[in-house]
Design a protein around this ligand. Structure first.
Ligand code: ZN
Length: 273
């Protein structure tokens, strides 16, 4: 008998029952960007839904199939980055399940094997017995990003829109800081209780965490505004160290993408040129 443990740490290769009818399997792809690895969720009882099959890793797929108990009907992808969707096609071959998600945008960071059978609209519901997932289109980290709200419990499967323990990188032009913050604000209007992220453990006070992330992004934006107004004109490299003075130097290369996203947001809002 396995007990439900919502606070179980997400350990590489770990399998945990984190809520009634919700299993989390952590793929063995740990890295600076993926934390302990990508979280794959198996949801439902009689019939099952998989959220983010993760990398095309035979051992990981075998665990998903074993937990699915021959009842996986749908494979949902939050977005098409290479740590989230490459498992979709091989998992479909093993289970015959339908692959759903929004089509991949055209940039250099997409999983080229990803081909959803059907797109997902904002507000669409995917239901099996005892589990109804409401699709929320949440552009920002990626333009085709979707989060899924398990309506029975208010658990939100956040993909890469929100992570536990680190700040999500926004890669323009497909990623957009303006839409990222807008998507977060929209989340605050939804009955979300807990966050089940694409990387890391469950976050239990969802509204407080979403507020914290919005505040963190706006604080970063203010630092950029200050750095720009003092200089009048500057390149990203001129202001990077100042705007990210609280971030380890080793992460500045990645931070530069988010800095660009902040600069584009200011330009879109007519606050910088
Ligand atoms: Zn991603």
């Amino acid at each position: 008998m396995i007990e439900i443990d919502p606070s179980a740490p997400a350990l590489t290769g770990g399998v945990d029952l984190i809520a009634p009818n919700v299993w989390r399997i952590v793929a063995s792809n740990p890295s600076a960007l993926t934390g302990p690895g990508t979280n794959t969720y198996v949801i439902g009882s009689e019939a099952r839904i998989v959220v983010d099959p993760g990398p095309d890793d035979p051992a990981h797929l075998e665990t998903i199939v074993a937990l699915g108990g021959g009842r996986i009907e749908q494979i949902l992808c939050t977005h098409s980055h290479s740590d989230h969707s490459p498992g979709a096609a091989p998992l479909q071959a093993l289970t015959g399940a339908l692959v759903r998600g929004r089509p991949a945008p055209n940039d250099a960071y997409q999983d080229l094997t990803y081909a959803p059978d059907r797109s997902l609209d904002d507000g669409e519901r995917i239901a099996v017995a005892r589990a109804t997932l409401l699709a929320l289109h949440t552009p920002g980290h990626a333009s085709n990003h979707v989060c899924f709200l398990l309506e029975e419990s208010g658990m939100l499967f956040t993909g890469d829109h929100l992570m536990n323990g680190s700040t999500v990188v926004i890669l323009p032009p497909d990623g957009s800081m303006r839409l990222y913050v807008e998507s977060l604000r929209h989340m605050l209007t939804m009955p979300i209780v807990t966050l089940a992220p694409g990387h890391g453990a469950v976050i239990d006070n969802a509204p407080a965490d979403i507020e914290r992330v919005i505040a963190h992004r706006l604080k970063r934006e203010i630092k950029l505004v200050n750095a720009l107004s003092r200089r009048g004109e500057a390149t990203l490299d001129d202001v990077l160290a100042e705007v990210y003075d609280d971030t380890p130097q080793a992460l500045h290369r990645l931070a530069k993408f988010s800095l660009l996203a902040h600069a584009i947001k200011l330009e879109e809002e007519g606050r910088a040129a």
